[in-house]
Design a protein around this ligand. Structure first.
Ligand SMILES: Nc1ncnc2c1ncn2[C@@H]1O[C@H](COP(=O)(O)OP(=O)(O)OP(=O)(O)O)[C@@H](O)[C@H]1O
Length: 400
């Protein structure tokens, strides 16, 4: 069998017509990326954000065209809406977010209106039969250290002997490949039909849109497309048997966070916040969102809580420390712990060597481990101990 190449995939995509004007998607320059890995082909098609939701037929037609190319066993096509130069952010769901530059920390996404259901939410729930529990790590705004926390918690849970997977749901700014030292990794083809085997690091399987698109290329996803991409990552990955899948959510409380909570049987959410008041306000918003969709909030983590001088041991509360504990008390959710602001944590995250791996017995790692212990206990409480059969956890949805 001949293996697929770019020319043959492009040729196949040249048969796909955009119904808006009868021109082919290749002719219109909509084919943005073709990634060929053995017999698996991933294609990105750039579309006008306004038309995103109506182009599912076009996406399927492109997927069929690629699947028909000789040598292709798995074809995946995702729609993406790239921001035009100088255009303002879309009304819902996305921001330009290349991780290594132009990071829009603090940018907040609009909260959904009460009673508004994200598109796609009416479909049937996603089933992940081999995954015992799913923990989402969320934050009200960007840049609070949610990804760093997700990575170190995942490693801490794995160090306890649990089988752990990590999903980078932050499709706007995927950072887990870098943080886990997997910048150049790619998923491989699984024996299980149509599935990808996520790359592994530190004994953890990781899936991220960052493996499929160029990290440097700013991509804007509209809500329904974003959820579609995320569902593909979740559903088409061969996770194997997992005790816990840690999901690094995109920041904010927009459609994608709501859809995720509705479509996926989330065991519990953990909210990361920095001590500043404004961030705490955002954390409250996140908390309220999870409450609306009846996802149990396992607790709040205060990140960059304090700075301890490595020379003299003096503790400096750079920001107004203690706010998250107070907010947790007021809101009636557990306070899970504090993580200090520390250069080693930052360097570890940025260099793909998480501190739990490089300094497992250090003070900072102990802070993560203590939080992971609480999360593991909360999982057992919710889904039963490891040997017990998994309880159904689908949240009941109610909008107040
Ligand atoms: N406890 C910490 N001490 C020092 N630096 C930290 C700490 N936590 C996170 N950082 C650093 O802060 C920056 C932002 O962290 P991270 O990417 O984890 O945030 P995020 O909330 O996931 O951001 P976004 O939501 O925008 O993707 C990174 O450079 C990271 O290394």
């Amino acid at each position: 069998m001949t293996s697929p190449n770019r020319e043959r995939i492009t040729e196949a995509l040249s048969t796909v017509i955009d119904p808006a004007d009868g021109k082919t998607i290749v002719e219109k320059g909509m084919v943005q990326g073709i990634d060929i890995h053995d017999e698996t082909v991933n294609v990105m098609i750039a579309v006008d954000p306004e038309r995103g939701a109506s182009l599912e037929d076009l996406r399927l037609a492109a997927e069929r065209a690629v699947a028909n190319v000789n040598g292709v066993t798995t074809a995946r096509v995702a729609l993406t809406a790239e921001r035009a130069k100088g255009a303002s952010a879309p009304a819902q769901g996305g921001h330009s977010h290349p991780h290594s530059h132009g990071h829009t920390h603090g940018a907040e996404r609009p909260a959904p209106q009460a009673g508004q259901r994200p598109q796609g939410a009416a479909q049937k729930p996603l089933e992940l039969p081999t995954v015992r529990s799913i923990i989402t790590v969320a934050s009200g705004k960007g840049g609070v250290g949610k990804s760093t926390t997700s990575v170190n918690l995942a490693l801490s849970l794995a160090a306890k002997g649990l089988k752990v997977g990590l999903l980078d749901a932050d499709i706007y700014g995927p950072s887990l490949p870098r943080m886990m030292g997997l910048r150049d990794a790619k998923p491989t083809h699984s024996d299980k039909e149509g599935k990808m085997v996520p790359p592994s690091a530190f004994g953890i399987r990781i899936m991220s849109i960052g493996f499929l698109v160029d990290e440097e290329q700013p991509v804007i996803w509209r809500g329904p497309m974003a959820m579609g991409a995320l569902e593909q990552l979740l559903r088409d990955s061969d996770w194997g048997e997992l005790d816990v899948l840690v999901v690094d959510m995109p920041p904010g409380t927009g459609d994608i966070q709501l859809s995720m909570a509705q479509r996926v049987p989330v065991t519990g959410a953990v909210i990361v916040s920095t001590p500043q008041d404004i961030a705490l306000l955002d954390a409250r918003k996140g908390l309220n969102m999870f409450r609306k969709v009846n996802v149990p909030v396992m607790g709040l983590i205060e990140n960059m809580s304090y700075y301890k001088c490595p020379e003299c041991g003096h503790i400096d509360h750079v920001f107004d420390h203690g706010g998250a504990r107070k907010a947790a008390d007021e809101l009636g959710v557990p306070f899970l712990g504090e993580i200090p602001l520390d250069l080693k944590i930052r360097l570890g995250a940025d260099e793909g060597k998480p501190i739990i791996h490089t300094d497992p017995d250090g003070e900072h790692s102990r802070a993560y481990t203590a939080i992971a212990d609480k999360i593991a206990a909360a999982i057992d409480e919710r889904v039963g101990p490891k040997s017990a059969p998994k309880k159904s956890l689908f949240p009941k949805i109610s909008f107040r």
